[in-house]
Write a protein that binds this ligand. Structure first.
Ligand code: NAD
Ligand code: MG
Length: 393
């Protein structure tokens, strides 16, 4: 077996981060934790430091950094503490790190994930927003620096598993007719317009099949998550959005499919548990135990497939529109969505208002060719400012 791999987890205190540490802890001979990062959950970060003894941790905020440094010293641990975005970028590029789990939520993940790509690491990508914001740029950094990009999003990991042998992300695959991107449809799949208008944050973050962070749970409820995943799939698999079909599959047992020109449709199945794609990407091309219960098809009994209703879920239609518009439209879509979701969680916007303010933002932003990082960051900022104005109204 190969030598132990050094792991950096960007966003170790989140749902994906915690699941990654769970898988890693099952394979102490294969993986060791080099670096962890957090945002404001210093209690959990400290506990993770005790259990995994990384060489270094990084947090965004200087006060949190000072606090955790004191706690680390008091616990008698020898761990370096870095701070700010520069600190996050630094840990992602450390020479003793082999694999970087990119599991920060939202646009905040872009710079550290890019740093991992530029350092030529194996990047395990959960942070789909990074690709939605800056797909062309991100993929070219991966190529130029010899990084290896493996998808963690369960659908994209499933698609990757259904691709031909020796397939690498960023390449088109021969013989692929269509990608079938499955969606659970979220908790409001059967709601009418009036019920949707009065949805509360508590209802929106209670997903029927998956346990996830707050932002992605709301995205799943609006189906913007599937929209972001559509854009993510275009970049990861080098396909046009016309070759991607969203299929509502409420049981979340099939995680996505690839349809080939000989009539074969390959699917990847399993219980809905993120430890499967995490273990797959950590060990690829080998297979390792993940702790996930084996699938019992008799218990599942039935698999349903339904066409999505774009009128009920306008966010999905907006994602198709923004990818057709091109340029920085998907950057603006992502930025406006982050602002809208955060306003909804703060009870400053109705659930149906999320799509409304995104539409208005997209109508008012200037579209640019995202050929440089600064163009992407400026487009993100511009869309946020415009969106905040519409939220206030
Ligand atoms: P989460 O909210 O549980 O965790 C987010 C992590 O990011 C935490 O560690 C937090 O400390 C960190 N973070 C938050 N804001 C930050 C900031 N401004 N700067 C630096 N760090 C910050 O989210 P999650 O559910 O683990 O999702 C993480 C990413 O993975 C998202 O992009 C999500 O779309 C993607 N993803 C998650 C799942 C899932 O099942 N949870 C599935 C597929 C994809
Ligand atoms: Mg997903």
């Amino acid at each position: 077996m190969a030598s132990s791999k050094g792991i950096c987890i960007l966003g170790s205190t989140g749902t994906i981060g915690v699941n990654t540490l769970d898988v890693i802890s099952r394979h102490p001979d294969r993986f060791h934790v080099v670096a962890l990062t957090g945002h404001n959950n210093s209690e959990l970060l400290l506990q993770q430091c005790r259990e995994n003894e990384p060489e270094v941790v990084a947090v965004t905020d200087a006060d949190v950094a000072e606090k955790i440094e004191r706690q680390i010293r008091a616990a008698g641990l020898d761990i370096k503490v870095l701070c700010g975005v520069k600190g996050l970028e630094q840990v992602a590029a450390l020479p003793q790190v082999d694999y970087v789990m990119a599991a920060i939520v939202g646009a905040a993940g872009l710079l550290p994930t890019l740093a991992a790509a530029r350092a030529g690491k194996r990047v395990l990508l959960a942070n789909k927003e990074a690709l939605v914001m800056s797909g062309a740029l991100f993929m070219s950094e991966v190529r130029d620096h010899g990084a290896e990009l493996l998808p963690i999003d369960s659908e994209h990991n499933a698609i990757f598993q259904c691709m031909p042998d020796n397939y690498h992300t960023g390449q088109g695959a021969v013989g692929v007719e269509k990608i079938l991107l499955t969606a659970s449809g979220g908790p409001f799949r059967e709601y009418g317009p009036e019920q949707l208008a009065s949805v509360t944050p508590e209802q929106a973050i209670a997903h029927p099949n998956w346990v996830m962070g707050r932002k992605i749970s709301v995205d799943s409820a609006t189906m913007m998550n599937k929209g972001l995943e559509l854009i993510e799939a275009c970049w990861l698999f080098d396909v046009s959005h016309e070759k991607i079909q969203v299929v509502i599959h409420p049981q979340s047992i099939i995680h996505s499919m690839v349809s080939y020109n000989d009539g074969s449709v390959l699917a990847q199945m399993g219980n809905p548990d993120m430890r499967t794609p995490i273990a797959h990407a950590l060990a690829w091309p080998e297979r390792i135990q993940s702790g996930v219960e084996p699938l019992d098809l008799f218990e599942v009994a039935k698999l349903d497939f339904v066409e999505p209703d774009f009128a009920q879920f306008p966010c999905l239609a907006l994602a198709y529109e923004s990818i057709k518009l091109g340029g920085t439209a998907t950057t603006a879509l992502n930025a406006a969505n982050e602002e809208a979701v955060s306003a909804f969680l703060d009870r400053k916007l109705h659930f149906t208002g999320i799509a409304e303010v995104i539409v208005r933002t997209l109508e008012n932003v200037s579209l640019k060719d995202p050929d440089a990082l600064q163009v992407v960051l400026d487009a993100d900022m511009e869309a946020r400012q415009i969106c905040r104005e519409f939220i206030k109204k």
